[in-house]
Design a protein around this ligand. Structure first.
Ligand code: NAD
Length: 387
């Protein structure tokens, strides 16, 4: 048995998701002999910290995040607080020699993610980043199809992340809408969409992008409200100072052409994080809203034209950890459990191959930086060197 102490900082949506994932890991991955032990959580709102301690069985709680990093029993720190304080916490974790699992995009601003990567280049401990959508069994299956050459040369990639959390004009203003706390849809959603593109197709050579803010002001949220909270017409409003929408035409280094766009305020789509790949020998379509379904066309295998609908099943990577049944669905929280499983596996085996670390976040940031600059300059920008 290998017991490893865990501390979590920021007990909002993601703090809850990470804590549940450690508990689910113990249930679903008991064969590994690794036992993550929840030691301490920190949260700015004391009542929330106290409730989280009780709910997840942490031994202690604090309203001061440095108590988590200072705790000798804590070997892993999960950073699930707002982006603006990520880098400061990362720097302190490095000083104290902790393994770090930081939520995307890692830094509030793009240069901060690159700085975080530079700081850990020779760091002996592991880092991980919440690019959880990669771990869906059918995304993994698509990766296998691409890497084995079964789809052939890729011609076109369309990526998208249309989240509805700010679609209502009365959706509350929170740290996500404030430039001094970081960027908008570009770091919140484009980071996931670009990570998916880089993961599946490899490096991006150039981008030509636009960024827009459609809803200019929002009602102020009450302290600690989630970004799905709604205000009232008569509430005090605050100006939105970062982006609602980003669209980017993209050329990949492997010759494929693409387009990725993301929005936090379109009505209709709910959490449409999707991709469509058209290649020489086949095509695929996947959408997180129907995460357990893949549309697949393989030129050599199909007798008639049109996609086949495939359901997630134990024959696809990682599905079998959750249930033994074809077509019995996995959900978002299972992806978070897989993220924790990969992180723990990497801590105990440096050669483990399934990971998304600070280098992955820095690669994403480099592309996001080019997207921002391209939108400002209104021209195509080339990304010279890859990380
Ligand atoms: N991977 C994903 O799918 C995904 C989804 C949502 C959010 N995220 C990321 O997770 C992070 C948190 O997002 P969220 O949606 O959980 O936000 P949230 O607002 O729901 O939660 C953040 C929590 O941190 C607390 N907090 C603020 N300042 C603090 C401090 N100084 N010390 C301790 N706690 C503090 C807040 O009170 C709040 O409870 C962000 O980096 C975000 O980009 C990732």
């Amino acid at each position: 048995m290998k017991v490893i102490g865990v501390g979590v900082i920021g007990m909002g949506w993601m703090g809850n998701a990470h804590s549940s994932a450690y508990i689910n890991y113990r249930l679903k991955f008991s064969h590994t002999g690794i036992i993550p032990k929840l030691i301490i959580c920190a949260e700015a709102i004391e009542q929330r910290a106290k409730e989280a301690k009780e709910r997840f069985g942490f031994e202690k709680y604090s309203t001061n995040w440095s108590d988590v990093v200072d705790d000798d029993e804590v070997e892993i720190v999960d950073i699930t607080a707002p982006n603006a304080i990520h880098l400061e916490i990362i720097e302190y974790c490095i000083k104290k020699g902790k393994h770090i699992n930081c939520e995307k995009p890692v830094g509030a601003f793009l240069h901060e993610s690159v700085k975080a990567y530079n700081l850990v280049k020779d760091y002996p401990k592991q880092t991980f980043v919440g690019f959880n959508y990669r771990w869906a069994p059918l995304v993994q299956y698509v990766k296998e199809l691409l890497d084995s050459g079964k789809l052939g040369e890729v011609y076109s990639y369309k990526g998208r992340f249309f989240s509805c959390y700010a679609a209502d004009e009365l959706s509350c203003y929170s740290w996500r809408f404030e430039r001094e706390n970081g960027l908008g849809a570009i770091t919140d959603l484009m980071s996931h969409a670009v990570d998916m593109a880089l993961y599946l197709l490899g490096d991006i050579k150039s981008v030509s992008a636009v960024m827009r803010t459609f809803i200019k002001e929002r009602p102020l949220a009450k302290e600690g409200a989630s970004h799905y909270a709604k205000g009232c017409k008569d509430d005090i409003k605050k100006d939105v100072t970062n982006d609602d929408y980003v669209g980017a035409r993209i050329s990949f280094r492997n010759g494929a052409e693409g387009f990725i766009d993301v929005s936090r305020c379109f009505v209709g789509p709910t959490s449409e994080h999707s991709f469509e790949i058209h290649a020489q020998k086949g095509s695929v379509k996947w959408n997180f809203e129907e995460m357990n379904t893949l549309y697949l066309y393989l030129k050599d295998h199909e007798s008639i034209d049109g996609y086949r609908k495939i359901y997630s099943s134990p024959s696809h990577p990682f599905h079998g950890y959750f249930n033994p049944s074809n077509g019995t669905s996995l959900g978002y929280e299972d992806l978070k459990t897989l993220e924790i499983a990969h992180f723990l596996a990497k801590i105990f085996d440096k050669n483990y191959i399934h990971y998304a670390d600070f280098q992955s976040a820095a690669r994403v940031s480099k592309v996001l930086d080019a997207i921002m600059k391209s939108s400002e300059a209104k021209k195509e920008l080339f990304i010279e060197e890859c990380i």
